[in-house]
Design a protein around this ligand. Sequence first.
Ligand SMILES: [Zn+2]
Ligand SMILES: [Zn+2]
Length: 425
Amino acid sequence: MKIQAIRGVKDILPGEIEKWHWVENKANQIFSRYGFKEIRLPIFEKTKLFSRGLGETTDIVEKEMYTFDDRGSEKITLRPEGTASVVRAFIEHNMYTSQTVHKLYYLGPMFRYERPQAGRLRQFYQIGVEVMGTHDPSIDAEVMIMLMEFFNSLGLNQFELQINSLGCDKCRPQYEETLKQAIVNHLPNLCENCNKRYKKNPLRVLDCKVKRDMEITLCLPKITDHICSKCKIHFEEVNSLLKEIEIPYSINPKLVRGLDYYTHTAFEVTSCKLGAQNAICGGGRYNTLVEQFDGPTTPCFGFALGLERLISLIQFDNINNVYKNPDVFVVSLGEKAKSISFNLVHRLRSGGLSVERDYDGSSIKSQMRKANKSESRFALIIGENEIKSGKYQLKNMQDGTQSNITADYCVEEIKSLISNHAIEL
Ligand SMILES: [Zn+2]
Ligand SMILES: [Zn+2]
């Protein structure tokens, strides 16, 4: 009986994973230059963390969560996103007592029950960033600037940054009322989904992806015309900081994000290389979420991006393999040589060299073929004669030259050959 992977999950095999390492390393390097530190979070949490945190009427909570009872009959959910867990950890470990601003990032798998035919994965990977503890608009700008630097470092082009302001808990309810009243006139022409959710969450009508709806919503009142003066000042400051660093962007008054917790600045990065689902990254400010979980007032700003989609956009021509080819491939001939080579391989590896060998008892010809295929720098050949003379044969696999090296000092000799060569380069 062949057991196959669950629908909507994917193995990442050697050959592919190198791309992931490369992207993850870039993220680590760039984020840490901006003062971010990694936080590693659990993959499952209590269900109420997400239902309370993301909003009961969001798509994720309504239909996409992997929720189950564990053996103690506790409701558990495989995390559909990372922010709720960051907030939970921030409060649980009293992180707010140690310093005013925390800059955190996370990386790992998320789980959503998506329709696999839509090309969506049920286990997918995200990198996310959260700044906790400041309402300073320069953080909004800085995080978006960092994201742009990250994308540029990956050689991405043809992407677009769009921003919007979603107002605050004072001005947004008023706008929602205005919006609701404007929507009512269009209800017969709007899709079923919009008809259903406009009452509870009229903002979501703005980001409906049905074509006719998209045209209708263009003429609805814009949130940026209805935010309060405090929100306006914040948004204008973010705009002017982005302009100062000459970050290209546009304002999209219909950008609302799918989650309830966003306030003030919201943003999305889209790629023209992707089809309808063209967002590669989204985020924004969420100033009330920590309080919602009974933490202290903590204004926050963050984003999350899907790694699968991001990696699909990168041209990987110029990436060096992160896995080193072996320095040495040990070729042994005969029983005695085979038993010596076991110990020898260990000595070479302990000496810091990367070493491969044959495990099949193949002929010397076949072992040399394997050495060649492994792209090792040297083949170290041991047979009866070599054991007797105490000199091993070392073949340089790049230029084909062969030399004898002393068995007892072979580790040092190979290392010095490699380091000399490194200087020549
Ligand atoms: Zn406001
Ligand atoms: Zn609609």
